[in-house]
Design a protein around this ligand. Structure first.
Ligand SMILES: Cc1ncc(C[n+]2csc(CCOP(=O)(O)OP(=O)(O)O)c2C)c(N)n1
Ligand SMILES: [Mg+2]
Length: 332
């Protein structure tokens, strides 16, 4: 696939999408404090450019899989955001029927394969999805996301080896936000250049700036294109930053307010908005209209989620074992 031009429309879509993701997460945080969302809640604030740039590099039918910081990715893949909010509230109308909660969003229909609470658990699964596509001759690429903490799991190394052996159509993307819960990258390994882990497997690998969607798109496109062309996997470290705590119950003693403020100066949404303003691609009134649309849609999501019923207790026994439409198995 040829590279897509980055136009006024791209920027306006990025602005609206990223702002929506940010406000969606802010609202989720508020609902958590009100105890309407229970359990864990890992927010994506600050990392939005990674998702925006990657989505732009994907084609319809491509797949995505990630860890537990996974509320806005399914929305980017086309899942109705109201059903994501409903999932956060544990409602029957949620995209995982209320069975998953915050860490386990899922939509087979939109090629979003979770939503995984076990750090690194999604890495071999991502390669497995890519294996299925290659085996069945389907032209899709799987983007497999993980955090900087997940790369210290053994499963990464087994997966990189097999993905190279079988030349799988998968792109491994490390969202390096500097910390695994409260443990900085510097504290967990003797080397901090995560992209170099690919070298041990002779896998194409490099590092990308994750605070700007253009840089992300430019840095990911080739990997997606290579995977689709049968040239095998790539391993990309995207340097990003999360503004909120690891999850809601994080006192953040491991970093300073000044450090967070430094990254806010290069906030990805502000960067996108600045380009729109510099080029006069939207008037103040048009920007305000986007902000209003975003606010209204977030409110609509909350209203839908709050009005939805909880699942019936009987639902506990569904979806436990293989069923007829299980994604990778055809039962004759
Ligand atoms: C196998 C496993 N070990 C430990 C945990 C507890 N845990 C949850 S998140 C996390 C940190 C992971 O950090 P990172 O991969 O950098 O992702 P981020 O939260 O920064 O997005 C840990 C250790 C877990 N969920 N699974
Ligand atoms: Mg991290």
């Amino acid at each position: 696939m040829p590279k897509k031009p980055i136009t006024k429309e791209t920027y306006l879509k990025w602005y609206e999408d990223m702002l929506f993701w940010r406000k969606f997460e802010d609202k989720a945080a508020a609902l958590y404090i009100q105890q309407k969302i229970r359990g864990f809640l890992h927010l994506y604030n600050g990392q939005e450019a990674v998702l925006a740039g990657c989505l732009y590099a994907m084609e319809p039918g491509d797949r995505m899989i990630t860890g537990y910081r996974n509320h806005v990715q399914p929305i980017g893949m086309g899942v109705d955001p109201r059903t994501v909010m409903a999932e956060l509230l544990g409602k029957k109308t949620g995209c995982s029927k209320g069975n998953g909660g915050s860490m386990h969003m899922f939509s087979k229909e939109h090629n979003f394969f979770g939503g995984h609470g076990i750090v690194g658990g999604q890495i071999p699964l991502g390669a497995g999805i890519a294996f299925a596509d290659k085996y069945l001759g389907r032209p899709h690429v799987t983007l497999t996301f993980m955090g900087d903490g997940a790369v210290r799991q053994g499963s990464l190394h087994e997966t990189l080896n097999m993905a190279m052996m079988w030349s799988l159509p998968v792109v491994f993307i490390v969202e390096n936000n500097g910390y695994a819960m409260g443990t900085s990258v510097e504290r967990s390994a003797n080397h901090t250049e995560i992209w170099k882990l690919g070298l041990g497997y002779e896998m194409p690998c490099w590092q990308v700036n994750g605070m700007n969607p253009v840089d992300v798109y430019e840095g990911v496109w080739e990997a997606v294109d290579n995977a689709r062309a049968g040239k095998g996997p790539s391993f990309i470290e995207i340097k990003t930053y999360r503004y909120k705590g690891h999850s809601m119950s994080d006192a953040q003693h491991y970093r300073t307010k000044e450090e967070v403020a430094e990254y806010m100066k290069i906030d990805p949404i502000t960067q996108v908005l600045n380009v729109i303003k510099e080029n006069n691609w939207a008037t103040e009134a048009e920007i305000q209209a986007i902000d209003e649309r975003v606010k209204d849609l977030v409110n609509e999501c909350v209203e839908f989620a709050e009005k939805s019923p909880y699942p019936e207790p009987e639902q506990l026994y569904e979806d436990v074992y293989v069923q007829k439409d299980y994604p990778f198995i055809t039962i004759q």
